[in-house]
Write a protein that binds this ligand. Structure first.
Ligand code: ADE
Length: 215
């Protein structure tokens, strides 16, 4: 069982996707579990504040250490083996190989930063700093969903059906799926490649190998 605990101020932005389609099926089959921790619950003072202005000046607000450490420690108290993921534009670029590395029986805590950034000392309790690419998002929720989705679909048993499993094993060597077609044979002048209609499995496998993308 793989488990993700998402620490966020915006559970409502994350949860619906995890209750949909394959993510929901993974939970239903007992292969994945998703939990949420509301960072606000660990906020400071009467306003449950989680952010403050930067030392040295500058625009915007930064996530403070205290609520973040308290939230993470509350999860680790129950499961000390849990590993912390921080989505950040300055992290290691996420890719299929990285997803495979995380796709095992493990518990990951994903901390979703918001505002303009976070206190650098938060890095001291982070195991994986992950960037989704060279652009900046307003928070960690979308990266969290992308990380979860791309990891959970690799857990054996999540993708149902022989065909998906076949394609999955085909993609083991960083190959992306080959182009596929379903009925009709011709649509608005666009024809399904002849070889796929031939019934020649050897030729079909060769064609697919030649036409698969590289991750
Ligand atoms: N947070 C903001 N931008 C991000 C990005 N590109 N990748 C991961 N986390 C982020």
């Amino acid at each position: 069982m793989i488990k993700f605990t998402v620490i966020t101020l915006f559970r409502e932005a994350v949860e619906p996707y995890l209750k949909t389609s394959m993510m929901w099926k993974a939970v239903d089959k007992g292969l994945a579990k998703f939990d949420f921790v509301n960072l606000r619950d660990f906020g400071l003072g009467p306003h449950k504040s989680v952010d403050d202005t930067p030392y040295g000046g500058g625009d915007g607000m930064l996530l403070r250490c205290e609520p973040v450490f308290a939230a993470i420690e509350s999860v680790k108290a129950k499961d000390p083996s849990a590993k912390v993921i921080l989505p950040t534009p300055v992290g290691e670029i996420w890719n299929q190989e990285f997803a495979r590395e995380l796709a095992k029986d493990a518990h990951y805590i994903i901390l979703c930063p918001h505002y303009e950034g976070y206190d650098e000392r938060i890095m001291s309790i982070v195991d994986y700093k992950i960037s989704l690419g060279k652009y900046v998002l307003t928070g960690g929720e979308l990266p969290a969903l992308i990380i979860i989705d791309s990891v959970v679909r690799l857990i054996p048993g999540v993708l149902g059906g022989e065909k998906s499993a076949e394609i999955e094993s085909f993609s083991d060597g960083d190959n992306l799926e080959f182009p596929q077609y379903t009925r009709p044979e011709e649509f608005r002048g666009m024809k399904v490649p002849e070889v796929l209609l031939s019934g020649n499995h050897g030729e079909i496998a060769k064609w697919r190998a030649e036409h698969s993308g590289k991750a």
